[in-house]
Design a protein around this ligand. Structure first.
Ligand SMILES: [Zn+2]
Length: 839
């Protein structure tokens, strides 16, 4: 894992890492690019369902070659996927993927939008998707995105006409976009939105097709393309020293938690979009045909365009500040424009250009990365003009206080102004948190009531400074969020967002505690101070039939950021039972029950998320045979830790350590998810694993995908992996052979063991196998044929070979007792009669 992550970072290089954390600093070429883009008043909205669905080649092309304002609307934040770089799943993974999308957009020049839809996991058909998403809310959010972003054209990633051929979320994204295209201009639809925005009619809707949708390149070659536009997305950008497709690869390589680090491509490459509806094409290859994308588009824009186009045509790369008088002239004219939408969009762009041209450096850095409400923070404020323009710092306003602080100081060329301000964080200031996680969500939807927040990639920063400047006689305010700037000897200068945290938070060492018998367990609680001098006590909330002692423990933490660890003893009931435990920290009669989760990766800005601090406790009624388990890690799962929790001795086996001698020490060997997709060594080591089985061992292989297997002989007998999956976690499980030992020894497995499963039953089940295999279950999603490949067992020599696509790796972290019981039986296979055990 660690190795994998490191490798990706090396591939990416340091440039992107720095961009993710530091404020952007523009060089002349970048200013020139920004001016070119300033002179285009056209916009494109790209629509799909997940982080990584977006075609960064086309987004980069629209943003950098067409120079249109371009956004990607991802209906979800990708919460339902797997994390290849760390332990975060569900909401926390959604937070990472949101930031990865923003990182991708920083590279390809797009903007990022979302809906409230929750990525609940795989679904096969839009009907299934829309049973779980609230269609009306998601459609409202697509309409809202169109009304606020006001795209001239919309491009769908997926085909709305072919439900069932791809992930249900994908087709749904296209269907909703197709529907919203007409609704967004209708004032009777979602009319409450119109208190905050206006109706909007995009001109055209396209589908970003490719040969893939035609089955082969040959078929696509022959397809009628009269209704399509095509773009050479390999175009070269001299100001960047990169081709569009290189930019695109760098952008999609930001999706690191999905393993998307990839090689770049160069050279001519065609990308196609198919016209779906709206104003007909005019026979040219112009996506904006019939739309004036010049400054003439808006009333009063012509004069602005005259100024800015002259700057573009005569751009001074040596001294961009030379254009300042004209830029300010354009800025003043822009402030009188009636079209509020373009005025806002272009004012923001123009301010950035003016700031860049004058080499302005404006920063407010806190002396601490975070603070609790009611505490004091010192801000170091730096203001610097690196041009010969006459600039005055009139005043600045801190968002935490009402009145501005007057300065009236001349910002002489390259003479730094430094100030210090002590600010009090207001007692009622909200904690920094992703806004969509503030309220309880459902499986299908996040709950966000404030219409203005819907669609935003992240919560706007609450602590910021407005610098009120007078630039050559023109008043301009530039806003900077407060940051935390620091350095590390081995890393250099670093930035973190400044955050508001609770005065105290508490976490439990594990998310799930499995009690394999009625023995008590000691559980560690870590209390973290968000301010100095925290003084109080901790109590535990727990289910009725459980016991936790002591009932109260005192905490006293002197310094902010320090932690105190407490041990509580948890005693399970005699019989099977499960519930939640929560630490409740009492400070001055106020209870704090949240955990502060920190997400720290180099490719995205540092994030904190507040989540309810709770862990599941499960008392299992189980018996087991065998103790020593060897585990070959695949793409990453927590199965080894889960097995340790129920008393197994788990040894991680590195691929190079697989040998006959090594394997004979284990009662069972388990292969982690997708190991045969990612471990090259298994090609050579598979024979040892199969020999181990032949000599009496017990080998359990968890799911692999059927593409790019590292070996052809994953099984000693014919076994063909397919894409069969059962995504409904509540799908009925039929037991095919109730007398089979796996279902009876040492624990009796029944239908109740398939209750309470999460996310899915399983995936990539084999769909063909030789007669040596015995299938144990059949199950299926609604409207599909039954699938029998979820758990297959074969006797091979003296041992057992078990292949299972059941998603144990999802059930274990959720504390699903039936999944544990079934897995224990798999580990105990062949041990009914001790004489059969090897040796
Ligand atoms: Zn997707």
């Amino acid at each position: 894992m660690r190795h994998f992550r490191l490798l990706l970072f090396i591939l990416l290089g340091s440039l992107v890492t720095i961009q993710a954390q530091q404020p952007k600093k523009y060089n002349s070429s970048q200013i020139y690019d920004a001016i070119q883009k300033l002179n285009v008043l056209g916009s494109v909205l790209y629509v799909a369902a997940h982080p990584d669905d977006e075609n960064t080649r086309l987004i980069a092309y629209m943003a950098n070659e067409a120079k249109a304002r371009t956004a990607y609307l991802s209906l979800t934040r990708g919460d339902g996927g797997q994390n290849l770089i760390g332990p975060e799943i569900r909401e926390l993974l959604g937070v990472i993927r949101t930031q990865e999308l923003l990182a991708a957009r920083r590279v390809d020049g797009g903007e990022q939008l979302f809906s409230r839809a929750n990525d609940f996991g795989y679904s096969k058909h839009p009907n299934e998707t829309l049973e779980i998403w609230n269609k009306d809310e998601v459609l409202a959010d697509v309409v809202w995105a169109i009304r606020t972003f006001k795209p001239d054209v919309i491009i769908n990633r997926f085909d709305h006409r072919t439900p069932g051929t791809t992930h249900g979320h994908h087709t749904t994204s296209a269907m909703l976009s197709h529907e919203a295209f007409d609704l967004s201009n209708d004032p009777t639809q979602y009319s409450s939105q119109l208190e905050l925005t206006e109706i909007w009619q995009p001109k055209r809707l396209f589908f970003n097709t490719s040969w893939w949708f035609y089955g082969s390149r040959e078929k696509f070659e022959k397809a009628d393309k009269s209704n399509m536009l095509n773009f050479d997305i390999g175009v070269y950008y001299p100001t960047r020293g990169m081709s569009n497709n290189e930019v695109a690869a760098l952008a999609s390589s930001q999706h690191l938690c999905q393993g998307f680090g990839r090689l770049s491509q160069r050279g001519t490459q065609d990308e196609y979009i198919e016209f779906l509806k709206g104003e007909p094409l005019d026979g040219t290859n112009n996506i904006f045909a019939g739309i004036d994308t010049s400054w003439n588009r808006i009333e009063g824009g012509k004069a602005i365009g005259n100024i800015l186009n002259t700057i573009e045509a005569n751009f001074n790369f040596i001294n961009p500040a030379a254009h300042l008088p004209q830029l300010l002239e354009a800025y003043k004219l822009l402030q009188n424009i009636k079209d509020e939408h373009w005025k806002n969009v272009k004012t923001k762009e123009l301010k950035t250009i003016i700031e860049a041209c004058t080499g302005l450096y404006l920063e407010a850095s806190a002396n601490t990365p975070n603070a609790a409400p009611n505490s004091e923070v010192t801000l170091k404020i730096e203001a610097l003009n690196r041009s010969n323009a006459a600039i005055n710092l009139v005043s600045y306003n801190l968002s935490t206080i009402e009145n501005g602080i007057s300065k009236n100081m001349e910002m002489a060329e390259n003479k730094r102004l430094n100030f210090e301000e002590n600010i009090a964080i207001p007692f009622d200031m909200s904690y920094t948190a992703p806004y969509w996680l503030n309220k309880q969500s459902t499986l299908g939807m996040y709950s966000v009531k404030e219409q203005n927040l819907i669609g935003l990639p992240e919560t706007p920063r609450a602590v910021y400074v407005d610098f009120n400047l007078n630039i050559e006689g023109t008043p301009i305010t530039i806003t900077k969020p407060v940051v935390y700037r620091y350095s590390k000897p081995d890393k250099g200068e670093l930035y973190r967002p400044f955050e508001i945290v609770p005065e105290v938070s508490a976490s439990i060492s594990d998310k799930v505690f499995i009690f394999e018998n009625d023995q008590q367990k000691e559980i560690e609680i870590t209390v973290k101070a968000g301010r100095d001098a925290v003084d109080g006590y901790v109590q535990m909330a727990y289910p009725n039939d459980w016991t936790v002692y002591p009932s109260k423990q005192k905490i006293e933490i002197a310094n902010k950021g320090d932690v105190q660890k407490l041990i509580f003893t948890v005693i399970p009931p005699k019989g099977q039972s499960e519930g939640l435990i929560t630490p409740m920290v009492n400070i001055n009669d106020e209870y704090y029950t949240d955990e502060l989760v920190e997400i720290d990766y180099e490719h995205i800005p540092y994030q904190t998320v507040l989540v309810p601090s709770e862990s599941k406790v499960v008392r299992l009624n189980i018996e087991k045979r065998g103790e020593n388990i060897g585990y070959i890690e695949g793409a990453g799962d927590v199965v080894p830790e889960s097995l340790r929790q129920i008393g197994y001795n788990v040894t991680l086996i590195k691929p190079e350590q697989i040998s006959a001698e090594n394997l004979q020490n284990f009662d069972a060997v388990v292969v982690g998810i997708r190991a045969y997709n990612i471990l090259d060594e298994l090609k050579f080591k598979q024979k040892y694993l199969l020999d181990y089985v032949h000599e009496g061992g017990n080998l359990i292989i968890q799911y692999n995908t059927n593409r790019r297997l590292k070996t052809d002989n994953i099984s000693p007998f014919h076994l063909k992996l397919s894409r069969d999956r059962v995504t409904d976690e509540n799908a009925t499980v039929n037991i095919l052979d109730t007398n089979h030992p796996i279902l009876n020894f040492p624990n009796k497995i029944g239908p109740e063991d398939f209750e309470g499963w999460v996310q899915e039953r399983g995936l990539y089940f084999p769909n063909e196998w030789s007669e040596e295999f015995t299938p144990l279950f059949s199950m299926n999603d609604k409207g599909e044929s039954s699938k029998e490949g979820s758990l297959l067992i074969a006797q091979y020599g003296k041992g057992n070979y078990i292949y299972s696509g059941l998603s144990f790796f999802r059930q274990f972290p959720a504390g699903v007792s039936g999944a544990y019981r079934l897995f224990i039986n798999m580990l105990s296979a062949g041990k009914e009669n001790p004489a059969i055990i090897k040796n």
